[in-house]
Design a protein around this ligand. Sequence first.
Ligand code: SAH
Ligand code: SF4
Length: 375
Amino acid sequence: MKYNIVTYGCQMNVHESEKLAYICEKMGYEHTEKREDADLIIFNTCAVREGAEDRVFGNVGALKKLKKQRPNLIVAVCGCMTQKESTANYIMKTFPFVDIVIGTFNLPNFEYYVNAVKRGRQLELYSEGDLDEVIPYKRTSGDNAWVNIMQGCNNFCTYCIVPYVKGREKSRREENILNEIKGIIAEGKYKKITLLGQNVNSYGNDLKTGENFAKLLRDICKLDGDFKLTFMTSHPKDLTDEVIDVIASEDKILKEIHLPAQSGNNRILALMNRKYTREKYLDIIRKIKEKIKNVRITSDFIVGFPTETEEEFQDTMSLVREVEFDGIFAFMYSPREGTVAKEMQGQIDESVKNRRVNELLKLEKEIQERKNNGN
Ligand code: SAH
Ligand code: SF4
């Protein structure tokens, strides 16, 4: 019996899929790259933008024929999209051939669902569960090992669905993280360790035991072993001087930082509920560049947030020009059900968003070309 996993979205989802892969192999399934050969096909979905959701609908729909030819094929849709009850219901109604529809929080019960389908072939319903950190992973990302340090997010940026589908911030205990990393080092297969969290800089705040991100980084670097350490994502409002100093001083930490700015305009940043200004962001960038030699800085931007004017978009362009990032991701704003921004007046036309995103990406390309030519 074979399984195939289709993963959408962020690195955290890639890592969640490693958890699913472990569960599949424990049940006796073997991995296959070919969807047509699989007896169990899992879609691990992303809800951050509408485009990602549409791709899932298209790819799930395309399985109807395969499922007709091979009725014993099990199709599962899980992850952030199906953590939303309305989307889970929509999938069950629109694609009745899908056997399992479960949210992120229910992944630890995946084996139970597959067995239930095998027994009765009935559709299992979305339900709430608890995130369980004890399930091991089948690591599938080459010489990089992902390590989750926290789940969820408390920030409620007004455009973002993540806090609604992933819940509030919950940090793992440092001791558990260090033990996982010791195991990774002992395996001897991994050169790089990447810590994952929606906002790694607020690691430990919920534990109230004095644990924090700078200390965690330092304690990981103290472990014996030949590895490089990196992490994502950092929220500018929580990136402390202490963390910058640790990155600068620890040889094991890669000199790279992903610091999403989202916009270069103060009115839009306030509407986004990002809790920093353009000036504060530039101040942090200045500190990073001063303290960390040859640092690579990357960022995320959203264009066409509700009410964004042409001048305000130009503030984003000028921020990108000023910082000369080593890479950016630029997204057209996508209204997400249940978020504050979706209900805002002044939604921007798709054509305008499209033009702005292309303009921003063109600028980014020019900057990269200039940098590559050493200017
Ligand atoms: N926790 C991380 C990443 C969250 S999602 C952070 O705070 O940076 C990854 C990126 O998707 C975000 O940085 C943002 O640029 C983008 N994004 C999130 N919601 C979006 C939306 N509704 N429309 C367009 N882009 C969005
Ligand atoms: Fe979303 Fe903001 Fe949390 Fe990032 S910090 S996951 S953008 S709410």
